[in-house]
Design a binder for this molecule. Structure first.
Ligand SMILES: [Zn+2]
Ligand SMILES: [Zn+2]
Length: 142
């Protein structure tokens, strides 16, 4: 049986290297571990700066930071489904990249029920009735 390789992020150069590229207990890859300390410090500083710039200066990085903040909040209090108005954990929502939080506004359960119902004639009205029923049982009660 072969051991599965796990990639480890080197604290010095910031690259993902296979786990065998590290001495036990070390957080820097063999290449970086061999560097003289002053060069290693310069390299680590460059990595930290690149990561900082990515997180704060790029559109993608800022979006990711906003998403992470929202996910933290959802984990604590839940995300409100715009259909049933229940507060649910982020796992209860399908991913949707264009959304500001990267998740669909309505929960997976509502999404499935709606998709099923609207296929039928008059399904939209039926879905609205089901949805209103769900809203009544939500913390908001409406
Ligand atoms: Zn390294
Ligand atoms: Zn819902």
């Amino acid at each position: 049986m072969t051991k599965r390789e796990t990639a480890v992020n080197c604290l010095c150069c910031g690259q993902d290297k296979p786990s065998w590229d590290y001495s036990p207990g070390s957080h820097t890859c063999t290449l970086c571990s061999m560097l003289p300390i002053d060069q290693a410090v310069i390299k680590a500083r460059g990595t930290a700066q690149r990561e900082f710039l990515f997180a704060t200066q790029t559109k993608q990085g800022r979006k990711q930071a906003r998403i992470n903040a929202k996910l933290e909040k959802y984990k604590a209090i839940g995300k409100r489904c715009t259909a049933c108005h229940h507060l649910k954990q982020p796992e209860a929502y399908n991913a949707c990249a264009p959304q500001p939080d990267g998740l669909q506004p309505i929960c997976r359960t509502c999404n499935q029920v709606r998709a099923q119902l609207v296929k039928e004639p008059g399904g939209l009205a039926l879905w609205h009735a089901v949805r209103d029923g769900l809203r009544k049982s939500s913390p908001e009660g409406k």
